[in-house]
Design a protein around this ligand. Structure first.
Ligand code: SF4
Length: 394
């Protein structure tokens, strides 16, 4: 199984999105503390690592840790807003350090919408320059997009733009907004979409990509809102293949190991043919309405077949439906034997990894930087009309 781990290398950022779910903390990493986490992924036999944040390019030792992870045999990726990658020299340094794939996040190709979502002007040009630089130095580019209230109606227009202007981009990822943490939690009214708001434009976007031979994944969208492309759901693929994900959060959550991909289900889900392979409604913040879920009656095994026969994951072994069903049934029985989890615990107890791994640290210098950053972010929040997250010290 192609397990990929996440390391948040910093938690500050040069943008200020009103729906950020991982805002600034006083925790910091140095090379030594990141190396321990890379070594752990190697020991677990992970395929790769995703360096993320905050904005990971703001860590001064990013090329060094990318090089180390590459030398350890991991496939090294990064999620970035592209601002620093618009500098050719920096892009070249990361390519030479072994960075193989970069997810550049762009929410809207409308500059006004993008500026409103980013809290900063001029980000689109930088992100486009980052796309070109990455391509020039041989780093594969994927586009990441958080689905939110402001871009919900033009996800397909974004795709038409990329197909026309950046045809070399072959893979796209959507994440529906996670309204449970950070500024996303306190600014739900401004940014959390209704599922119905984006259903049509997401469908058009996926259809365009499918017809053009591109690949894509969609995260945190219930399958009833992407039935024709259910096989592209990140949660469904992980449920089907029994994959896990480890995220090293640079905050008090520390390490979270996720093996269960189901979230909230409604009464409608009980009669739905996709219930067993659907992640349901991702919402710990009561921002989405479970009343928007509706059962679908499509063949579950047709979705499964498409996933298990995907040649893009050569490490997956159970290629026949019979072999898959046997394995899946055993996993279902194991899951049913587990005690039910309280809804309000985040992360749930069984996802917390106990052990010697310490994720970053809070130093006196880190605390000072955090306090200064919070002050400047608080001013930005006032100017932009968004709220600061709970517990933010100002
Ligand atoms: S009704 Fe429930 S189980 Fe069925 S696709 Fe929608 S969220 Fe998933």
């Amino acid at each position: 199984m192609a397990n990929i781990g996440y390391i948040q290398v910093v938690r500050h950022c040069n943008h200020f999105c009103g729906f950020c779910s991982n805002p600034t903390t006083p925790y910091t990493h140095d090379f030594a503390s990141m190396k321990v986490l890379v070594d752990d992924f190697v020991e677990r036999g992970y395929f790769g690592v995703i360096l993320t944040g905050g904005e990971p390019t703001l860590h001064p030792e990013l090329p060094k840790i990318a090089r180390y992870a590459t030398e350890c045999g991991l496939h090294v990726r990064m999620i970035t807003n592209g601002w620093r990658l618009s500098d050719r020299k920096f892009a070249k340094a990361l390519a030479e350090a072994g960075l193989q794939l970069v997810h550049i996040s762009i929410y809207s190709i409308d500059p006004e919408v993008e500026a409103k979502l980013r809290g900063v002007e001029g980000t689109l040009d930088k992100a486009f320059a980052a796309i070109d630089n990455a391509a020039e130095f041989g780093i594969e580019v994927n586009i990441n997009c958080v689905i939110n209230k402001l871009n919900a109606t033009h996800l397909d227009a974004n795709i038409r733009y990329f197909l026309r202007r950046h045809p070399h981009i072959r893979h796209f990822v959507w994440n529906n907004l996670d309204p449970s943490m950070g500024r996303a939690e306190v600014n739900q009214d401004q940014f959390t979409p209704r599922l119905a708001d984006f259903e049509l434009s997401l469908y058009r976007a996926l259809r365009l990509l499918h017809r053009s031979g591109r690949s894509f994944r969609v995260e945190k969208v219930p399958l009833c809102y992407m039935t024709d492309f259910a096989w592209a759901s990140t949660e469904t693929r992980k449920i089907v293949k029994g994959e896990e994900r480890i995220v090293h959060f640079l905050d008090a959550k520390q390490t979270v190991r996720q093996t269960d991909w189901g979230h909230i289900y409604s009464d409608a889900c009980q009669v739905c043919s996709l219930r067993e392979i659907c992640g349901g409604l991702f919402d710990r913040g009561n921002a989405y309405d479970p009343g928007e879920l509706y059962p679908v009656f499509v063949e579950r095994d047709a979705v499964v077949q498409k996933i298990i026969s995907d040649p893009a994951d050569p490490s997956y072994k159970l290629r026949t439906l019979a072999a898959w069903r046997q394995d899946f049934e055993a996993r279902l029985q194991q899951a049913r034997a587990l005690p039910s989890r309280p809804d309000d615990e985040m992360p749930p107890a069984e996802m917390r990894v106990q052990g010697n791994l310490q994720v970053g640290k809070v130093t006196e210098r880190g605390q000072k930087l955090y306090t200064a950053k919070r002050r400047s972010e608080s001013r930005k929040a006032d100017k932009l009309g968004v709220k600061m997250e709970h517990g933010a010290k100002q």
